[in-house]
Design a protein around this ligand. Structure first.
Ligand SMILES: [Zn+2]
Length: 848
């Protein structure tokens, strides 16, 4: 049923608090074999404002054994979603009451097992939990909403050689009489919200450090501990920086970070215990292509923004995510310098402007599930809103406002108005319009800028038009904007206020400017369309003091077929001091797309910074030519960086040559960190589209599964089906897929179900039907339904497109490394789809 648009069933608000939750105590015993948990949750609370007749707790699919209380209970009812306890007499206001629920659960969410039965290493066995946004209710009964803060404790009973981690301080560790279990008890004695409660237990090793008297530790499964230091090393410096920048000391007892297996997100900022996706781990051989700095800084910043001050409900989520994202960038400025900071801002603005959904405001209530709030509006746009506030207030006043905002709301919750109130109080200015246009309405200015010079009047004319489509969702913006004129005698900055649909601005100057820059310091989030003359762009590209100006000049020269552009861009690609300008120059040469540009790229492949090296390789690959193949083959064999070698293997696969096949087969079963090279070979094989690779790929998937990551194996399964569908006899592939249809790694299982659709063998219908008929709603059922539809319509699933879509979805949640893979893949597909020059020899075994 569709609820009316204004009803509370459609718009989401924080729930009532009928009682004040004082303390939650969990005592749980995981069963690693059965992948279940037995526990007791004890809550202490006081009714607020009126006597409490019933206590309602969120609890999904918990098997309740008993419910006991300090008050007399008349009855209790456990539904699939709630536990409702009815008291004999209503509990008076303010009367402290205890209720204990004894239960067991086989959680589908909230608590995740990583065990040998599922395909993980026995020596790496562990569990981890995830609360945000509303998963905790799957493993213990709770008040599962952020508008309530309370203290908590977690006791976990595990074999004595396991490590137990949770929030706060470790209080005790006691042998349990009559068993080999040990009970480890953790106490968070400062109030926090339910979604931040976390338990991680299993086999882990750690590296340690200390910042002031705060213990810092970084845990990984034993097999990954060698890599821990590369991700951990910045933590101490970040903590020192955040304390200074925020002006509020780190508020908690310790800070642990733990990498867990197949984490579904990048990281999670549980108080004192951040969980991280193990994909963040890396070795120095990946150079600048992999770093944990952004992720570690983001999660650490959350310990203040999100944990100490928490958004009151999901509508104000940007107060968590926008701050964490922005303080990650501020740390980058502190650590690597201003150009990196500006580059971060520039890239994030590009990402925001490129979004197709431009009608949802940062603060909105018309979402269906809290998960939907975790989009670009709260992360990069939230960060940009803070950056604009900082730009308008100045750094010192901004810092004073933020320190006060944190101090006023620490150990409590906040809404956007709490932030704006502090800013208005200290600045004396009205920020109503600022928050109205940027936070409560959607999108950003789309500016068309025109410039002309009147030599007689010695006046520059700049016309600015706001082209965004105005609606109930999107306003005409009012904001300060800087225009910078660079003349022979110096730099002139002029600030204007943009507020009209279109307006002309006149600037008297002593001489004609050589460069005109709009928004030079990136103080406004806006799409700016401004095309200076080629001579201005050349001057801009040569300006050593203006990195963003050089970058924009390089980008714009990519669209000019100007004869001199290639030489200028080649020079920038090889000599610019900032890697971001070098990569922009590479992309621009790719866009120019002439023989001359291609030669310039090939001649610039030896780049010291791996990011630039990667960009050049990516751009060369879009030219489908013999020399590209030769170059990629050389990179695959001689390059030291595993990510680049893997990328080269993908490129090589697009060329139907016998030697390419030898290289792919060799790398397919090679050993490398996280099987990066094996994955590269799988992608290369996928690019061949050649069913002759089914046999070697099938053999490697069968024999070397343990070498693959879950994601890599899933990709291998999908590739197998892609190639197998061209086979006459699909038996071997089908049988392999069917034998994995109950794979205990969800990611692999979903890939197998999808692959049965891709393979296009109707004999798989009977295998898929029971999954599709399941009464349990979940991704397995959806995957089976999709595969069945494809099979019944007797058409192969649009798997290339389908897998790209899936990747896009995964990528939004996963780390940046993967995003790069997708770009490569897209480039690859484009290259293959529209070859500039066909390869000289075409093998008959390469259908595409
Ligand atoms: Zn976050």
């Amino acid at each position: 049923m569709l609820a009316p648009a204004d009803s509370s069933a459609y718009r989401k608000y924080a729930p009532d608090r009928e009682f004040d939750l004082l303390h939650l105590a969990l005592d749980v015993t995981p069963d690693f074999k059965a992948r279940s948990v037995a526990g007791q949750a004890t809550i202490r609370f006081k009714p607020i404002a009126k006597p409490l007749e019933q206590l309602k707790l969120d609890a999904v699919e918990l098997a309740v054994e008993t419910v006991t209380s300090s008050e007399k209970i008349a009855t209790y009812q456990a539904t699939d979603k709630q536990i409702i306890v009815t008291f004999e007499a209503a509990i008076p206001v303010d009367k402290e009451t205890t209720v204990a629920v004894k239960y067991s659960a086989t959680p589908r969410k909230g608590l995740y097992f990583r065990t040998p039965e599922m395909g993980y290493k026995a020596t790496d066995m562990h569990i981890w939990t995830q609360g945000e946004p509303i998963e905790a209710r799957h493993w213990y009964p709770c008040f599962d909403s952020p508008n309530e803060k309370f203290t908590s404790e977690v006791t976990c009973r595990v074999p004595s050689d396991m490590v137990v981690l949770s929030n706060g301080k470790r209080i005790s560790e006691e042998k349990q009489a009559g068993s080999d279990l040990v009970a480890v008890r953790w106490l968070q004695d400062k109030p926090h919200v339910n979604y931040l409660i976390c338990l991680v237990a299993g086999y882990f090793k750690k590296v340690e450090d200390k910042y002031r008297d705060i213990p810092l530790a970084f845990y990984t499964t034993p097999s990954e501990i060698e890599q821990a230091k590369y991700s951990f090393e910045g933590t101490k410096d970040m903590m020192e920086f955040f304390e200074k920048e925020i002006g509020v000391p780190y508020p908690w007892a310790k800070y642990d970070q733990v990498c867990v297996g197949d984490f579904g997100w990048g990281g999670m900022e549980n108080t004192t215990l951040t969980t991280l996706n193990e994909r963040t781990l890396h070795t120095p051989e990946f150079e600048t292509l992999r770093s944990s700095q952004g992720l570690v800084a983001h999660e650490l910043a959350h310990q203040w923004f999100g944990d100490l001050v928490t958004c009151k409900d999901w509508a104000h989520l940007w107060l968590n995510e926008g701050f964490a994202s922005y303080y990650d960038l501020l740390y980058d400025r502190h650590h690597r310098g201003k150009d990196f900071f500006l580059h971060d801002l520039y890239s994030s603005a590009k990402g925001i402007i490129g979004q197709t959904d431009q009608t949802n405001a940062v603060v909105r209530r018309d979402y269906n599930e809290p998960e939907q709030q975790f989009g670009y509006q709260v992360y990069p746009k939230g960060a940009w809103i803070l950056h604009m506030l900082r730009s308008q207030l100045g750094e010192d006043l901004y810092r004073k406002c933020i320190k006060t905002y944190v101090e006023r709301h620490q150990y409590g919750t906040a809404v956007t108005e709490d932030l704006s109130a502090v800013i208005e109080e200290f600045s004396g200015r009205s920020f109503d319009q600022f928050f109205d246009q940027w936070v409560y309405h959607a999108s950003q200015p789309d500016l068309a800028v025109n410039y002309s010079w009147d030599e007689k009047a010695k006046t520059a004319k700049v016309t600015i038009e706001q082209k965004q489509k105005l609606s109930d969702d999107v306003l005409l913006f009012n904001f300060p904007l800087t225009i910078r004129f660079k003349t022979k005698s110096g730099t002139v900055d002029r600030q204007i206020t943009v507020k009209e649909k279109a307006e002309d601005f006149y600037f008297p100057l002593s001489e004609a400017p050589e460069v005109v820059r709009v928004n030079p310091e990136l103080t406004v989030l806006a799409k700016i369309t401004f095309s200076p003359s080629t001579s201005m762009l050349y001057a801009q590209l040569a300006d050593k003091a203006d990195m963003i100006g050089r970058l924009i000049a390089a980008e714009q020269l990519g669209s000019k077929k100007e004869r001199g552009a290639v030489a200028k861009l080649k020079d920038a690609l090889n000599n610019d001091s900032f890697y971001g300008v070098r990569t922009a120059a590479s992309k621009a040469l790719q866009a120019i797309n002439t023989d001359e540009a291609y030669d310039a790229l090939l001649a610039s492949a030896r780049q010291e910074d791996a990011r630039a090296r990667q960009q050049v390789l990516t751009d060369i690959a879009t030219f489908y030519r013999e020399r590209t193949y030769e170059h990629a083959l050389k990179v695959a064999q001689e390059e030291k960086n595993p990510d680049l070698r893997a990328q080269a293997l993908t490129i090589v696969g697009a060329y139907p040559k016998p030697e390419a096949g030898d290289v792919l087969r060799e790398f397919l079963s090679s050993d490398s960190y996280k099987n990066v090279l094996g994955d590269g070979a799988v992608n290369g094989i996928r690019a061949t589209g050649d069913a002759n690779y089914v046999a070697p790929l099938l053999a490697v998937l069968k024999e070397r599964e343990a070498q693959f990551t879950s994601g890599g194996f899933a990709r291998g399964v999908d590739t197998l089906a892609q190639l197998g569908r061209h086979q006459q006899d699909k038996t071997a592939v089908r049988e392999f897929l069917v034998s994995n249809v109950n794979h205990k790694k969800q990611r692999v299982q979903l890939a197998v179900l999808a692959a049965l659709g891709t393979l296009n063998d109707t004999k798989a219908i009977a295998v898929l039907e029971p999954f599709a008929a399941s009464t349990v709603e979940g991704p397995e059922r959806t995957a089976a339904e999709k595969a069945l539809t494809a099979l019944r319509e007797n058409r192969p699933a649009s798997a290339e497109l389908g897998s790209l879509r899936t990747e896009v979805l995964n990528l939004q949640k996963e780390n940046r490394d993967l995003r790069k893979d997708l770009d490569d893949l897209k480039k690859k597909l484009e290259a293959v789809a529209s070859p500039q020059t066909p390869p000289k020899k075409k093998s008959s075994s390469a259908p595409r």
